[in-house]
Design a protein around this ligand. Structure first.
Ligand code: TYD
Ligand code: MG
Length: 474
């Protein structure tokens, strides 16, 4: 038998294959994620098997008729915004996220909405019993929606069941890690099984025209096969995120063959399930600490939508040899860069201080435009100088210490004006594109201007005025 030869060692986090066991995966750097698996059985390995001869097929020119992908809107506006207008028929979507974030809740709501619109919607749960899913649906007030339900994990059975009768418009498979196929010998949850089961479900989607949604858990320790290996196989990957303690949930497209990848959908987890948040800026700013030093408001853009969020910084003298730099919701490298620019070009000495930076509300910002807001919050905290509470900040900081222009100035200012802000600290070039938002603009050329503006307003930690000795060295 050639069984032994087919054994391989597969990283359960990223799917890299090795010839022998090792403690650390060279491909993704994770520890203890490599497990022994029998490889996917080769189709024609035995001496008696014959390789099929290739069949010629027709090739097409680039020009010719095209059709827009036929979509089924879910009826949940924030979800449709992220998918690009609804579920595309015959496509496969992977929804990833930490356990307990609300994936099952979101998808039972979507399935119910589609079923209520008169389409066939099937929800297959590999994790919960039918009674549990019913209980949740009952709590969400969806019990009357004609969703078809099953608790199943064998993909061959699932495909056979779904192929009988009218093709469902939507099939939710919750989760891909619990699915298994007869064709592969590894145990459920391993990379081979997850990949094999996903392949069968993808083939079903393409053949039947049903939109299939796969749920995938992402575990930080990489013990369970992450959906990483599935990401390459599906048409779109959505990631459902949120900080545990916050009730906001953010749905973000990581990959999308049929729509944009920069839109986000914002939801709030309530007693009655996930509610759409139509005006996220108001929500993210609702618990603002007005007048406290170390907070600034960033006027950002997520996809096509402007989004205002609070940036909080805390700069305190360090007790350690190597000061701490901790970031939540922003890029660690960008923080390091902003700190270096403040140190090198603005005379702000931070090497003796721990620095903490947090984006309020559990949002994760990816735009470089947040540099200026982060710098303002950092200087404000160090100098103990509160920033004006009616001001927003945006602009990218270059390594030379100047503030560079960013896109969509008018949209950012309009959103800020709508929420009652009166001033904006912006890159020099933004003045020309401000539109008629009615905001007082303060152009910041070199970053030093901003530092020199904030630092002298610093107060003594106990309340009174203080000389800004340690911040601006002049
Ligand atoms: P769930 O959808 O089961 O998460 P996942 O499928 O991603 O693991 O949601 C789990 C959490 O959501 C759970 O902690 C309870 C909370 N929740 C609410 O707050 N309100 C609700 O109406 C529902 C159904 C769940
Ligand atoms: Mg679940």
């Amino acid at each position: 038998m050639s069984r032994r030869a087919a054994l391989s060692f597969v990283c359960q986090n990223c799917g890299a294959v090795f010839g022998r066991w090792q403690g650390k995966c060279d491909a993704c750097g994770e520890w203890n994620t490599i497990a022994e698996e029998s490889g996917d059985t080769p189709v024609a390995s035995g001496p008696g098997k014959q390789l099929r001869k290739g069949r010629p097929f027709q090739l097409h020119p680039l020009s010719g008729g095209t059709e827009d992908a036929p979509r089924t809107p879910s009826g949940l506006g924030e979800l449709d915004r992220v998918t690009g207008g609804g579920f595309v028929r015959g496509s496969v979507l992977l929804v990833g996220g930490d356990p307990g974030i609300g994936k099952s809740t979101l998808l039972i709501q979507a399935a119910a909405a589609i079923a209520r619109a008169g389409h066939r919607a099937v929800y297959i749960s590999g994790e919960e019993a039918v009674a549990q899913v019913r209980l949740r649906a009952g709590r969400l007030g969806l019990a009357s929606a004609p969703v078809e339900l099953a608790a199943e994990t064998a993909v061959e059975d699932i495909v056979a069941t779904l192929s009988a009768g009218t093709t469902p418009r939507l099939v939710v498979v919750d989760s891909i890690q619990t699915m298994w196929t007869d064709q592969i010998e590894s145990s459920p949850g391993t990379v081979s099984q997850v990949r094999g089961a996903a392949q069968i479900l993808i083939r079903f989607a393409k053949r039947s025209g049903a939109a299939v949604i796969l749920v995938g858990h992402v575990t930080k320790d990489g013990q369970i096969a992450g959906p990483r290996v599935v990401e390459h196989m599906v048409d779109a990957v959505l990631s459902f995120e949120g900080e545990g303690a916050h009730l906001f949930r953010i749905l973000r497209a990581v990959k999308n063959r049929f729509g944009p990848t920069d839109e986000i959908g914002v939801f709030e987890m309530t007693g009655g399930g996930l509610q759409e948040v139509a005006n996220p800026s108001a929500l993210f700013l609702s618990e603002r600490d007005l007048g406290a030093p170390g907070t600034s408001v960033f006027a950002g853009i997520e996809g096509t939508r402007p989004l205002l969020v609070e940036i909080q910084a805390l700069v305190v003298p360090t007790l350690l040899g190597t000061p701490r730099r901790a970031v939540v919701g922003w890029d660690q490298n960008r923080l390091a860069m902003v700190l270096a620019v403040l140190e090198a070009h603005c005379g702000v000495r931070l090497s003796g201080h721990d620095v903490y930076l947090n984006v309020a509300g559990g949002l994760r910002i990816q735009e470089p435009a947040a540099d200026l807001a982060a710098a303002a919050a950092l200087v404000s905290s160090l100098a103990n100088a509160p920033l004006p509470s009616d001001a927003v900040y945006f602009g990218e900081i270059s390594l030379s210490g100047t503030v560079r222009p960013v896109a969509q100035t008018a949209a950012r200012l309009k959103e800020a004006a709508k929420l009652g802000f009166a001033r904006a600290f912006v890159p020099d070039s933004a003045k020309g594109e401000a539109g008629d938002a009615g905001m007082a603009l303060r152009a910041v050329g070199p970053l030093m201007e901003l530092v020199a503006d904030i630092a002298p307003k610093g107060m003594d930690r106990k309340g009174g005025e203080r000389k800004p000795a340690q911040t601006a060295e002049k």
